[in-house]
Design a protein around this ligand. Sequence first.
Ligand SMILES: CC(C)(COP(=O)(O)OP(=O)(O)OC[C@H]1O[C@@H](n2cnc3c(N)ncnc32)[C@H](O)[C@@H]1OP(=O)(O)O)[C@@H](O)C(=O)NCCC(=O)NCCS
Length: 199
Amino acid sequence: MTVIRLATPPDLTAVRELLGIALHDTIDPTSPALKIFKKRGGRVAVPFGQSLIHVTETAGNVTGLIHTAPPVVWLQSLPHALTQILQGRVQQIEALAVAPEHRRTGTATRLIDTAEKLLRKQRGIFNFAKVRADDPAALAFYTRVGYTLLTDQRPLVFDTKAGPLDLAKLDDGYHVAVKAVQPGTTIGETKYCYYLTPA
Ligand SMILES: CC(C)(COP(=O)(O)OP(=O)(O)OC[C@H]1O[C@@H](n2cnc3c(N)ncnc32)[C@H](O)[C@@H]1OP(=O)(O)O)[C@@H](O)C(=O)NCCC(=O)NCCS
């Protein structure tokens, strides 16, 4: 049986390995992020909300991981009124990885469902991730689980009580994958932009 739970300090080795897979890099065991994890586990207060690491466990082994957090830098760059409105309501997938021998069994789908459910509960609007433009598996995965890929210059535009806002494609070799999480909401597109519907 597979369970999904918050990561805890004893998961350190598996968490380090899976973060390395997700970020295509080796994670320095002395990095500040891992030091914090070692002390506090998978739930840490950060500006605008919480950084959460959930893992899947099968037969005592950690097989997959999802790390979500508020998009702190983006939120900090917005006017105060917008930050107030969006606080806790947009979430970024910082890392998602499944151990190679456990792939294509629905593990990442279950992890991302868990993250979306938590966001939905706190009146969240959308979940998004930066996905490498040269990673067909990750792009196929996000498309399959209902994410829209911002692959060209059209931004995602949405309205808030404090005015309109947009989330734009990044020009650094990544696409943005985005999904509206409230029931009945979705992402539409025109020739000029993507938009949240209903607004
Ligand atoms: C991308 C990744 C997280 C998918 O994990 P997973 O547990 O295998 O995904 P799931 O089993 O939930 O896949 C669901 C669907 O996504 C699509 N998908 C997943 N992996 C795919 C692949 N390698 N090629 C094509 N489609 C793929 C399929 O439609 C799949 O459904 P199917 O198996 O019925 O065909 C995993 O391959 C991984 O850890 N990759 C390395 C790290 C990474 O790239 N992370 C994402 C960075 S943001």
